[in-house]
Design a protein around this ligand. Structure first.
Ligand SMILES: Nc1ncnc2c1ncn2[C@@H]1O[C@H](COP(=O)(O)OP(=O)(O)O)[C@@H](O)[C@H]1O
Ligand SMILES: [Mg+2]
Length: 255
């Protein structure tokens, strides 16, 4: 069985040359565009632009693919990610899709003004790190119970939007925050798919475990424990955990 992550396309720089739409931030109307639009990230699959309070996720052309096939793939992936974002938004915090256009392969969504977990989790106090991880487990359980597999559960795809409102009483007590975690947003459903298979859920959890181990190695074991603690709310919890052991054994033998 192949892991979904292994299906990722090879890393490649953006090929702007053959995409008239994509030229726009950098060419003709460049100056005008640059004023209110900037490149936030340039991944293997998509370029992410920020424009005011919107994120524009645009799937880029791959020169190594035949034109016709490339067009089809980008169109289908744009459609699939939009559907998953919309489905998931009914159950957990997800950026709202404002517009999705298969022709330009672009999804416009709400910009989440928060802290990306890959960059911030380690700086939180351990108790807060654990609290965040319980929230991760809770959200993954909800997604899985709805048959949504995220496919890329890393902390780069999670943004914590903290609550900033502090009550008068809290101010008097000298608190700088209200003790509430705020909302944990999941983004990037580009590798996601619909499935109720125990195997797919176990692999999703396995990838999350690996991501914690690789990126947040100081406390990763304690953190993963918290994830699992709240993943217990999931309908197939026992079966998924049982399968997770098999997935891990299989992986070990492969290396
Ligand atoms: N809705 C959003 N709000 C804020 N930042 C975002 C949003 N969507 C994407 N980003 C930023 O862009 C980066 C890449 O977006 P992502 O959808 O994860 O694409 P990729 O497939 O390239 O990983 C994210 O890690 C995040 O920093
Ligand atoms: Mg991502």
């Amino acid at each position: 069985m192949k892991f979904k992550r292994e299906g990722k396309e090879p890393q490649q720089k953006c090929d702007f040359s053959q995409d008239a739409e994509l030229k726009s931030p950098f060419s003709a109307s460049r100056k005008e565009r640059e004023r209110n639009q900037r490149v936030l990230s340039q991944g293997a699959e998509a370029v992410i632009l920020k424009k005011e309070n919107l994120i524009l996720k645009k799937r880029i052309k791959k020169s190594y693919r035949i034109d016709e096939l490339d067009e089809k793939i980008r169109k289908l992936r744009t459609r699939s990610e939009t559907k998953l974002l919309e489905r998931a938004s009914k159950i957990i915090p997800i950026p709202k899709v404002v517009k999705s256009d298969e022709k330009s392969k672009e999804i416009d969504m709400e910009f989440i003004d928060g802290k990306k977990l890959s960059e911030s989790l380690d700086n939180f106090k351990l108790e807060k790190q654990k609290q965040v991880c319980r929230e991760i487990g809770k959200s993954v359980a909800k997604l899985h119970d709805s048959g949504i597999i995220h496919g890329d559960l890393t902390t780069s795809n999670m943004i914590l939007k903290e609550e900033k409102t502090i009550s008068h009483e809290q101010k008097i007590k000298g608190r700088s925050d209200n003790g509430k975690l705020g909302s944990l947003y999941f983004i990037d459903f580009g590798l996601g798919f619909m499935s109720n298979k125990i195997e797919d859920k176990a692999v999703d959890i396995h990838l999350l475990k690996q991501a914690l181990e690789a990126k947040h190695f100081q406390n990763w074991k304690a953190l993963f424990k918290e994830v699992i603690k709240s993943y217990k709310n999931s309908r197939d919890y026992n079966l998924v955990i049982e399968r997770l052991e098999k997935v891990e054994k299989r992986r070990r033998y492969r290396h």
